[in-house]
Design a protein around this ligand. Structure first.
Ligand SMILES: *[C@@H]1O[C@H](CO)[C@@H](O)[C@H](O)[C@H]1NC(C)=O
Ligand SMILES: *[C@@H]1O[C@H](CO)[C@@H](O)[C@H](O)[C@H]1NC(C)=O
Length: 275
């Protein structure tokens, strides 16, 4: 044995101890790293998963490509400065197809209209299209100087005008209205004082895009409840008619909420026979 090779037993134990502590520290650091890494980027994965799952229901689209184009619209940008035009490439990547005579617009009747269109194939709302259904109910934003996607802490609908979610819905609504054709329907709320609200997306974005060269008529379905507040003589509906492109025929029908529900539940009632 060489003199330098001699190690007293105590030193050996101490060395083993040291090795164990180093290994433990490494394990703790790895675990911490995993936990931190996950908590820093959960939103991207979650949003992308929901996006992809919903997108895949529409088989004819390249969902991976649409996701990439979608992200470009807002990632790395001030979440109060994303104009609706930022989504132009997204609309180009997944264009809206005209569904003549079946297009249904709505304002303040979201639950009733979707309950109906989910059950019956009579009408198509924006939320029944690829982009509308993929983004429905979701929240997202980016941050200047960051590649992250956030789904919490984003500006709310009215916090600032040009937030990523609001601009998306404005842009998608515009694109949907741009392809409106034939007989177009709009479900408005007869339980409120102003069924045609001048600040609604329907008023500011959609109606103004209906063009008489493509849209033949607008059929307003005014959804009434037992305690009816407004009917088709409502002054706001006169404003609607003034806003409507000349040459588009206008009609308003009062339909009870229960009639719409019954219609949704009964496939025997033909689409045109609900109201
Ligand atoms: C109309 O608006 C009222 C008040 O916001 C709401 O309670 C009701 O559910 C709406 N009606 C429809 C058909 O969505
Ligand atoms: C409707 O479309 C025609 C032809 O594309 C265009 O010239 C006209 O300005 C449009 N009208 C409205 C109200 O947008």
């Amino acid at each position: 044995m060489e003199p330098g090779e001699y190690r007293p037993p105590g030193k050996k134990r101490r060395r083993r101890c040291l090795i164990i502590s180093v290994v433990a520290a490494v394990v703790v650091i790895i675990i911490l790293g995993v936990v931190l890494g996950v908590s820093l980027r959960p939103n991207t994965d979650e949003l992308k998963q929901t996006f992809t799952d919903r997108c895949k229901a529409f088989k004819e689209y390249d969902c991976e490509k649409i996701w990439d184009v979608f992200v470009q619209a807002f990632v790395g940008k001030d979440p109060c400065n994303v104009p609706m035009e930022a989504y132009n490439p997204l609309i180009d990547a997944a264009p809206f197809k005209p569904a003549c005579n079946r297009m249904m617009f709505w304002s303040k009747t979201k639950n009733v209209v979707h309950d109906f269109t989910d059950k019956r194939d009579c009408y198509v709302t924006l939320e029944d299209t690829l982009l509308g259904s993929v983004m429905d109910g979701l929240n997202w934003c980016g941050k200047e100087g960051s590649q992250e996607i956030f789904t919490t802490g984003c500006p709310g609908w009215t916090d600032c005008e040009k937030n990523p979610v609001r601009s998306f819905w404005n842009r998608a609504s515009a694109a949907f209205a741009d392809v409106a054709c034939g007989d177009v329907s709009a479900m408005l709320n007869g339980s409120i004082a102003t069924p045609f609200s001048p600040s609604s997306i329907f008023a500011t974005i959609e109606l103004v895009r209906f063009n008489s060269t493509r849209v033949k008529s607008l059929n307003v379905v005014l959804v009434t409840q037992k305690t009816e507040v407004t009917d088709c003589t409502n002054p706001s509906l006169k404003d609607l008619q003034k806003e409507l492109d000349q040459g588009i025929k206008y009609k308003c029908t009062e339909v009870s909420e229960s009639r719409i529900e019954a219609c949704g539940a009964d496939p025997q009632i033909p689409c045109g026979g609900c109201w």
